[in-house]
Ligand binder design. Structure first.
Ligand SMILES: [Zn+2]
Length: 443
């Protein structure tokens, strides 16, 4: 395949589909691997090397979409240390694990297949002791050990070809309205597998085993499940994302109760590590009122009520003016109301508060695009790329900037790269529709 054909000549639709297929197959090749938990040979979608490399590629962007690791070093170290106590006793102790607290306010915890994991400050504020934190991390470590993401990836390869075809077939003329949301919530779920209920059962069982082996009280798992159950009834919106990837059920809670009562009855007398949890989360707990205000604002923002959301973000900023997430969220509310100049003020504060974090840069670029300053936008997208290279969404946004500058050739290059990486979704359809309209891809 001569790459110049993409720009100079006319790629046939078949060429295009073939190239996209080659691109998506590059990172994901099905093969046989040994399940370290059962010792059985299973067909999985990713080798261990691929699990680690996908993790490295994708986790920084997901962490950034969750407003980056907390700037509270004590908290991050604590989450890392609790994690290390558990993964060292797992079936795959040599994976390159790491753990951090994230600045996101919603209630969630997740892991990438190589073991990069995180808990949001939203969920850390709900936990009562270190045993619950150990249970939470044990569960995520369970997913890594049973290789659930790899298994899911194997299944999705089979669907992939069809998805690419469909996106090419339905691509028509579309506008790029979703850009603000796009920059805010990066490729969130690409590798955050939607686990099955069987996956959840297995991760719960492994997690409880690992945490008990690490010296914790099994009741930590029981009360964690109880908390999640209660929250899913009282504040379902806050846990939506978590339950989308980790399905919650009454059965999971009941199973934890039974296991703690039988299998692990002997370890139930262990003292719950509450003091240590409170000490290490003291600074975070001072932020609780600000986090609550942000949660309220975010739920309004999600309902497309940015003016009402602004009130809550204003409250949060009053309580915690130096909070990175609060500044970024206020900027999002402003952007959603087309108040780009005001948004820029909050974004420049956010960049000063947390210079190494990417989301404020990406959004600053979007604000510049909205102001019709495409070259300034490109500088921000370039700055994001330097800090967090390899985000397909940045490629798409750069394409939009070049399109604004009427640099069709560069716009097409970027849309093409994006379509290769992203495969499906609204942005990919837009990119493909542009490539067709400009004659880079035959209709
Ligand atoms: Zn799970």
């Amino acid at each position: 395949m001569d790459h110049d054909r993409i720009y100079k000549g006319r790629m046939s639709r078949r060429d295009f589909i073939w190239l996209m297929g080659v691109a998506s197959a590059g990172a994901v090749l099905p093969g046989c691997a040994t399940d370290p938990v059962t010792g059985k040979k299973t067909l999985v979608g990713l080798s261990e090397e691929q699990e680690v490399s996908l993790d490295k590629q994708q986790s920084p962007h997901q962490f950034s979409s969750d407003y980056g690791a907390s700037q509270d070093d004590r908290l991050n170290r604590y989450v890392q240390d609790v994690g290390a106590g558990i993964w060292s006793r797992s079936h795959r102790p040599s994976m390159p694990y790491s753990a951090r607290a994230l600045n996101a306010n919603y209630v969630n915890a997740y892991t990438f297949p190589g073991g990069s994991m995180a808990a949001t400050r939203g969920i850390l504020l709900e936990l009562q002791n270190e045993d619950e934190l150990a249970a939470l991390m044990g569960h995520e470590i369970g997913h890594v050990n049973a290789r659930h993401a790899a298994e899911r990836a194997g299944k999705s390869i089979l669907a992939q070809g069809g998805l690419v075809l469909a996106s090419v077939a339905v691509a028509g003329k579309q506008q790029y309205q979703p850009i603000v949301q796009l920059a805010g919530q990066l490729g969130a779920s690409a590798m955050l597998a939607k686990y099955s209920r069987d996956n959840e059962r297995e991760a719960d069982a492994l997690g409880m085993d690992y945490m008990v082996k690490s010296g914790y009280n099994p009741d930590g798992m029981v009360s964690l499940m109880g908390m999640l159950q209660n929250k899913s009834k009282s504040k379902p919106g806050l846990l939506e994302t978590m339950f989308a990837s980790h399905p919650m059920s009454d059965e999971r809670y009941q199973t934890a109760v039974q296991r703690a009562g039988k299998q692990y009855a002997g370890e139930r007398g262990r003292t719950l590590r509450r003091e240590r949890y409170l000490d290490n989360t003291a600074a975070l707990r001072q932020l609780r009122p600000a986090v609550t205000a942000m949660q309220q604002g975010e739920s309004l923002l999600a309902k497309d009520q940015p003016a009402q959301a602004e009130t809550h973000f204003g409250q949060a900023l009053g309580l915690a003016p130096g909070d990175y997430a609060a500044n970024v969220l206020m900027a999002k509310a402003k952007l959603a109301q087309k108040k780009e100049r005001e948004a820029e003020t909050y974004l420049s504060q956010a960049r000063a508060i947390y210079p190494s974090e990417g989301q404020a840069l990406q959004l600053s670029g979007v604000a510049k695009l909205a102001l019709g300053q495409a070259d300034a936008a490109l500088q921000f997208f370039g700055a994001y790329d330097q800090r967090l290279p390899g985000n397909p969404n940045t490629t798409f946004l750069k394409g939009v900037a070049y399109e604004h500058m009427q640099d069709r050739k560069r716009a097409a290059e970027h849309y093409y790269r994006y379509a290769q990486q992203a495969g499906s979704g609204r942005e990919a359809q837009y990119a493909v529709s542009r490539l067709k309209e400009w004659g880079y891809v035959k209709k």
